[in-house]
Design a binder for this molecule. Structure first.
Ligand SMILES: *Cc1c(COP(=O)(O)O)cnc(C)c1O
Length: 361
């Protein structure tokens, strides 16, 4: 692996107090960068002071959206140790997203090494207050100066990191979601399985409409029938009807969430009945009305987000009495425990910073 050059800032900033942290507003003193040029491959991996960079106004990414990213977290435990959660799996997913956007493959070990190196350099920024973490955002953008729709011949891979506050400041609170019967996020055959910029642009209009109607998130239904559940906001969706736990299958329209995988793995460890199968909105509504439903979203930001209310075609349906279900709470507590090093980690998901043993996993 090519050596990562490290240039430290001459003007280190003071990290903000843990209790003031929000999400995505504050970044650390350094960032990682690496370039790709046709004929040369990926080259010049480096950690440099965090700073704006210049792009030609004709850069491909600004016009045609050839961009992918990922999102993961590092946690400081009560023991003071810093743990990265499933970093190898996030690195592999970044590569899968890149592949779907015709971006040249990265060495997954190099991606993991770029993240570990940057977090090491800025480790003083990893907050320690319960619930806080360091959010990690690897990104790849197309940089060729050219107007025309074709894959770029040059790219920038960079990583920025920043401390973020607790998602739940006063315990978990169930959200209300609106199932959209006309806006769609992604369709099979499209880019739903990639964490690519355009998918989030495509979600804005529907999300704003849901917000105006008094809901926090959109429940995305499939783009063909507007009937089967896809995802919720930027999370995967799961539900329990009686003793069956159901989540939509990875059919190409859905992002393969790492949290989704963690939850499915735990549920199977616990011997519960788990189905990855299509689930129609009318079956969800029927289960809600008969009080047999528990529903939650999964994603890195919230880990688990309970759903307390579902809107569809002008009607509001209360789920599980508007309360966080017992299984939802258990999943949250278990994953948080693994992330902060207070619960057993049988699958080796949390790896200590500086511990390269997991690098090739
Ligand atoms: C990031 C994301 C998720 C959740 O993925 P995690 O790996 O669990 O964070 C789910 N759906 C969409 C659309 C996403 O962008």
């Amino acid at each position: 692996m090519t050596q990562i050059a490290i240039t430290r800032t001459a003007h280190p900033k003071q990290p903000p107090a843990d209790e003031t942290l929000q999400f995505g507003r504050v970044f650390t003193d350094h960032m990682f960068m690496m370039n790709y040029d046709a004929g040369k491959g990926w080259h010049t991996p480096r950690v440099v002071p965090y700073a704006p960079f210049t792009l030609d106004p004709a850069a491909c990414v600004l016009h045609y959206g050839q961009a992918v990213f990922d999102g993961m977290k590092a946690f400081r435990g009560k023991d003071g140790q810093i743990r990265l959660f499933r970093v190898g799996d996030h690195a592999a997913r970044l590569n899968r997203s890149a592949h779907l956007l015709c971006i040249p493959e990265l060495d997954v070990e190099m991606v993991e090494e770029s993240i570990r190196t940057l977090v090491e350099v800025d480790q003083a920024w990893v907050p320690s207050r319960p619930g806080t973490s360091l959010y990690i955002r690897p990104t790849i953008i197309a940089t060729e100066t050219f107007l025309g729709v074709h894959p770029s011949s040059s790219y920038l891979y960079y990583v920025i990191v920043g401390p973020v506050g607790a998602y739940y400041k006063e315990g978990m609170n169930p959200v209300s979601i609106l199932a959209s019967d006309h806006h769609v996020r992604a369709v099979q055959g499209g880019l739903g399985a990639a964490k690519t910029a355009g998918n989030y642009a495509a979600s804005l209009f529907g999300a704003e409409e849901a917000e105006k109607a008094g809901y926090t998130q959109v429940l995305w239904l499939d783009g063909v029938h507007h009937r089967f559940l896809d995802e919720v906001g930027t999370m995967n969706i799961m539900l329990r009807i009686d003793d069956e736990i159901i989540t939509p299958p990875l059919n190409g329209a859905i992002l393969a969430g790492v949290t989704r995988d963690s939850v499915l793995t735990l549920l199977r460890d616990w011997g519960l009945r788990v189905s990855e199968r299509p689930i129609a909105i009318e079956d969800v509504l029927a289960a809600a009305q008969t009080g047999r439903l528990e529903m939650w979203g999964t994603g890195t930001a919230a880990v688990i987000s309970p759903v307390g209310e579902l809107g569809y075609k002008g009607e509001r349906y209360v789920i599980n009495g508007g309360q966080t279900g017992a299984l939802t709470q258990k999943l949250y507590d278990t994953i948080i425990g693994i992330q902060y090093g207070t619960a057993p980690d049988p699958h080796g998901w949390a790896s200590l910073l500086g511990n390269r043993q997991h690098a090739a996993r």
